[in-house]
Design a protein around this ligand. Structure first.
Ligand code: ADP
Ligand code: MG
Length: 256
């Protein structure tokens, strides 16, 4: 299948002015192309601008210069972007189920029909017992699962994920990765995902972009040939090619 552009970031420039003075240049003419209907993973050193990039793509902060172009079908729907932030941002006064359905309520109003899907996803994520629990009663990994459920339940066309599984146990992480692969396949979702975990980038990403330290530029990119419909989180890790890709990506990251 030929690659179709989903999101294009063109000549992005962004500078922050920290309170203690000086200028912090995060991007200088950064251009990137993300494919439609597939997962692109972004890796890069801490502080290079990964979260800032997602914030700009998600429309939360404006760039100083440059623009972001979306060519995803159906993108003019109002709630086309689902953004899972680096920090879970659960509302402390809502329990697990209420947090998971927050996005649904914003989009569709408070309708009970959506609760079934929410409950079923929470069950898949091993959270049924904790539906009534407050965020303060959950571990970091559990909170990430609730935030992931909240984001998926809206069925966005573009999914922005900022280190979504960083605190999740290995076994559950495999499960969440499979849910994401399945979702992308079934709904042709375009996914841009930041991760520190190189294994995860290989298992999920069709393309992996390696960014340099600030100001971030694209140092290298890797294409993983395995088609989406043949990916399964554990099988991918056990495949013969996995070690080859991991070595290659690690070398790219080290030279960045
Ligand atoms: P990453 O996600 O790659 O770790 P970030 O995008 O969070 O990096 O941040 C990139 C740089 O921009 C960091 O040096 C960070 O301190 C700085 N930064 C991010 N947001 C702001 C802001 N709102 N004001 C000032 N500096 C910021
Ligand atoms: Mg970040």
């Amino acid at each position: 299948m030929t690659d179709i552009v989903g999101v294009e970031v063109r000549n992005l420039t962004k500078t922050f002015s920290p309170p203690n003075g000086g200028l912090l240049r995060v991007f200088e003419n950064l251009s990137l192309v993300f494919d439609q209907g597939s997962i692109t993973c972004i890796v890069g050193p801490s502080g290079c601008g990964k979260s800032t990039l997602l914030n700009i793509i998600g429309g939360l902060i404006p760039p100083d210069d440059g623009d972001v172009r979306f060519t995803i079908p159906g993108f003019d729907d109002t709630h086309a972007i689902g953004y899972m932030f680096q920090n879970d941002r659960l509302l402390p006064w809502r329990n697990t189920l209420q947090n998971a359905t927050l996005g649904l309520e914003v989009v569709h109003g408070k309708k009970s029909i959506f609760r079934d899907e929410a409950k079923s996803l929470l069950e898949t994520f091993g959270l049924s017992e904790f539906e009534q629990a407050w965020p303060s009663e959950l571990s970091e990994g559990m909170k990430q699962r609730v935030a992931f459920a909240r984001t998926l339940l809206v069925h966005p066309k573009l999914l922005l994920l900022d280190e979504p599984f960083s605190s999740v146990d290995y076994e559950i992480r495999l499960q969440l990765e499979n849910v994401l692969l399945q979702r992308c396949l079934e709904e042709n979702t375009t996914v841009i995902m930041v991760t520190h975990d190189l294994e995860e980038a290989i298992v999920l990403g069709k393309h992996i972009f390696v960014l340099s330290p600030r100001p971030a530029r694209l140092v290298d990119s890797l294409v993983i040939e395995e088609p989406l419909d043949q990916r399964e989180a554990l099988q991918m890790r056990r495949s013969r090619e996995f070690g080859f890709y991991l070595g290659k990506l690690a070398a790219q990251v080290l030279k960045s």
